[in-house]
Ligand binder design. Structure first.
Ligand SMILES: Cc1cc2nc3c(=O)[nH]c(=O)nc-3n(C[C@H](O)[C@H](O)[C@H](O)COP(=O)(O)OP(=O)(O)OC[C@H]3O[C@@H](n4cnc5c(N)ncnc54)[C@H](O)[C@@H]3O)c2cc1C
Length: 487
């Protein structure tokens, strides 16, 4: 009988896996089980779709079901996997159809887990579910859009990338926005001066900041909700809002996998660089997986890196599907997402690789009683050390400031670059802050070098394209590399 590959999850990682598996094997039966009613859509566009009243949530759809049917990939929507039985190679699922729900069992020969992650619920005593709004799924987006008419004041809990993107979207819709986070500055883990500039930008754009504060409890009122905020210094204030946006992190969807499998504290399944779970006929990719690092030199002591980003899901999904179809192919390697880039009102922000954490950024829960949430780019690391004998590397840092365009052309803005390298010169990471547009993409040459364990000397010697409308003759990225060489 034909072999059956079952894929759990029908979005970025799962569908990339399905297409790669089909490319490798024409004879494989491929079935994608998707819990929701949607496949193939782009979560990264959620805040921008929310900000634009003229756009329907459905605009975020990427490929229609017919595209996958043409590749002989079977899609089963509304089918949630409840449990996976390893020895029997079977799984239990719940199928919703026409208002009815039924339980079924299904046999599999090979399995790809691509079930992503869900928004972490806010653990705020007294806050009713109706006043808590995640932005993670298309249904979340629909709920936001339907409810916008009744909103005036919103609290955004969590000053990470999603929290900042949401602040911008809500301000553009004319809402009052309160940003709450127990860290003293937004974007924990980024350079301190960059974080301070982001805080100033948020304030200038009318976002009220409660940084260094945690939401202790809530009290529901007929029209609003009273939030009690607390600061470590013992301060207490009350804020009134209609809604609290949950931006304090995500939890991998892996509860249905056997408990015996290795996973991180957050729940991401541990996989090899080939995206395989141990030596089982199971692969995992995307937000639900924590993998051996693509560039081990950048992972420090961590054995595995959890990096819930779109390119990680796409490239990881491809490798997982390819390997699941016919065994591990050493020539296929998922590069892993090393960069992160976002916009916060008039600022572009990018980072890449590994940055040392400033001493004053002790992690604290985003809301009282919830576990600490770390951002993207491998910050939630499986703590098993690779080698206890490794001495901590000496890190050199540099910072350079300049302009995004040459000769102060109209539209030119501030451009700042932070770089880090080990004492031997090997680059560790960097960050960029740019006013206006197009500055942040300077992170790409740095990413290309980091992927190949490049050095500050190699970065300083790069030939970056030059003409005043595109940048200055000596780009701040190159200047920061030259400074590193002199440090
Ligand atoms: C608002 C927002 C903005 C973002 N912006 C960026 C960005 O700018 N850049 C970037 O790189 N990344 C960004 N990301 C992250 C990026 O979208 C994710 O990393 C990526 O979508 C993960 O893809 P995935 O396939 O692993 O998971 P998902 O897209 O979550 O897909 C998993 C699928 O599995 C299904 N599923 C779950 N459990 C089950 C089950 N038991 N049975 C069957 N099906 C199940 C789910 O319904 C879902 O459809 C953003 C995310 C959000 C929410």
């Amino acid at each position: 009988m034909d072999e059956r590959l079952v894929i759990i999850g029908g979005n970025t990682a799962g569908l990339a896996a399905a297409l790669a598996a089909r490319r490798r094997r024409a004879d494989l039966r491929i079935l994608v089980l998707e819990a929701s009613g949607e496949i193939s859509w782009g979560a990264c566009g959620l805040p921008y779709n929310l900000a634009d009243p003229t756009r329907a949530p459905e605009d975020l759809r990427v490929r229609p079901a017919a595209f996958f049917h043409e590749q002989d990939i079977q899609l089963a929507l509304g089918q949630r996997v409840l449990a996976v039985d390893l020895p029997a190679c079977r799984l239990q699922l719940e199928r919703r159809s026409g208002g009815r729900t039924e339980r079924l069992e299904l046999a599999w020969d090979r399995l790809v887990v691509a079930s992503g992650a869900r928004s972490r619920e806010l653990a705020i005593p007294g806050l009713p579910a109706a006043r808590m709004a995640p932005l993670k799924t298309l249904d979340d987006l629909r709920a936001w859009k339907e409810g916008l008419g009744g909103l005036r004041r919103v609290a955004v809990a969590g000053a990470g990338p999603l929290g900042l993107e949401l602040c911008e979207a809500l301000r553009s819709l004319g809402l009052e926005v309160l940003l709450v986070d127990p860290e003293p500055l937004p974007l924990n883990g980024w350079p301190r001066e960059l974080r301070a500039a982001v805080a100033a930008e948020l304030e200038q754009r009318g976002v009220r900041l409660r940084l260094g504060w945690s939401i202790r409890r809530a009290e529901d009122q007929p029209l609003t909700c009273r939030l009690e905020l607390e600061s470590p210094a013992g301060g207490a204030v009350v804020e009134e809002v209609e809604l609290v946006a949950a931006c304090t992190g995500i939890t991998p969807n892996t509860e249905f996998m056997p408990r015996s499998l290795e996973r991180t504290a957050a729940g991401a399944l541990a996989v090899s660089a080939a995206l395989r779970v141990g030596d089982l006929p199971i692969w995992a990719a995307g937000d639900c997986a924590c993998r051996e690092p693509a560039v081990p030199a950048l992972a420090g002591e961590a054995a595995r890196v959890w990096n819930p980003q779109a390119r990680e899901a796409l490239t990881g999904g491809r490798v997982a599907g390819w390997n699941a179809a016919a065994g591990v192919d050493e020539r296929q390697a998922a590069p892993g997402a090393l960069t992160q880039v976002l916009r916060c009102f008039g600022l572009e922000l990018a980072r890449c690789g590994r940055l040392s954490e400033p001493a004053d950024t002790a992690t604290a829960p985003a809301v009282m009683d919830s576990p600490p949430v770390r951002g993207l780019l491998g910050l939630d690391l499986a703590r098993a050390p690779r080698s206890t004998a490794t001495a901590p590397a000496v890190v050199n840092r540099s910072r350079a400031a300049g302009q995004t365009l040459g000769h102060a052309l109209p539209g030119s803005g501030r451009l700042e670059v932070w770089l880090e390298a080990e004492s031997g010169g090997r680059l560790r990471g960097g960050a960029i802050l740019a006013e206006g547009s197009d500055g942040a993409l300077r992170i790409n040459p740095l990413a290309a070098l980091l992927q190949r364990a490049g050095t500050a000397t190699e970065l300083a010697a790069l030939d970056l394209a030059y003409s005043p409308p595109f940048g200055p003759l000596v780009d701040p990225l190159l200047r920061a590399a030259e400074k590193l060489l002199r440090s």
